[in-house]
Design a protein around this ligand. Structure first.
Ligand code: HEM
Length: 198
């Protein structure tokens, strides 16, 4: 529980920051949203969660392109069954290739490109079964709500408080970046008053 709840999350934040730093227009758009909703006099908070739709779109798009557990976790069939016309004997180890589903051109338009806008207001822009970063059904991830909330608050705070500059891309069960993200951050001057109250 501790490993799935921390490692997945840390990997996801690194992937998301990388994508945002590589797409300055996305960073600018998000900064404008955070500035309009939260301003400069306080930090991003719990109460802002439902009012930051573009952050939700960014996180959804990241979970689509870079699902941290690309093959989910192995399951085992408890009885003989038929899936998509294939006979699956009892006791078979079953893996779901979420990576391939998330990049299937019959489900997603231009699947390889990073376009948060495809998920208007954070709602998933493809078919329901085309997006399963947290699995599906009764064994799906019980931490998905918490994960989405924490990712939103962390990403919002990082964008609100710091100026970001990419320095190059320099590392469980999760999909790590082949080259770790290397970035430089500097506290934003407009946030100094907030930092002084902490
Ligand atoms: C970005 C963050 C996360 C991602 C992408 C993620 C993804 C997943 C996936 C794909 C599964 C397997 C679902 C399946 O069997 O098909 C899973 C299971 C699980 N996750 Fe997460 N997870 C995340 C965060 C968390 C957090 C924060 C917690 C706890 C606080 C958590 C707790 C669990 C547990 C306990 C299971 C096993 C559920 C079961 O087997 O019934 N996860 N997660």
């Amino acid at each position: 529980m501790i490993i799935v709840g921390t490692n997945t999350f840390a990997v996801m934040i690194e992937w998301t920051l990388s994508a945002v730093l590589n797409n300055p227009n996305v960073l600018d758009k998000e900064r404008i949203e955070v500035h309009a909703i939260v301003g400069h006099n306080r930090l991003v908070d719990d109460c802002d969660y439902h009012n930051l739709p573009y952050i939700h779109s960014i996180i959804t798009e990241m979970l689509r392109l870079y699902p941290v557990t690309p093959l989910l976790v192995p399951h085992q069939s408890s009885e003989d069954c038929i899936v998509g016309g294939y006979h699956i004997p009892k006791g078979t180890m079953l893996m779901v290739n979420a990576w391939a589903i998330h990049r299937d051109p019959t489900i997603w338009e231009d699947p390889g490109s990073f376009r948060p806008e495809r998920h208007g207001n954070g709602e998933v822009g493809g078919q329901a079964y085309g997006f399963l970063p947290f699995g599906m059904g009764r064994r799906s991830c019980p931490g998905s709500g918490l994960a989405n909330k924490v990712m939103c608050l962390v990403l919002g705070s990082l964008i609100q408080c710091f100026e970001w500059e990419r320095k190059g891309e320099g590392r469980g069960i999760t999909m790590l970046k082949a080259t770790p993200l290397v970035a430089m951050c500097r506290a934003r001057e407009c946030m100094n008053a907030v930092f002084l109250t902490m």
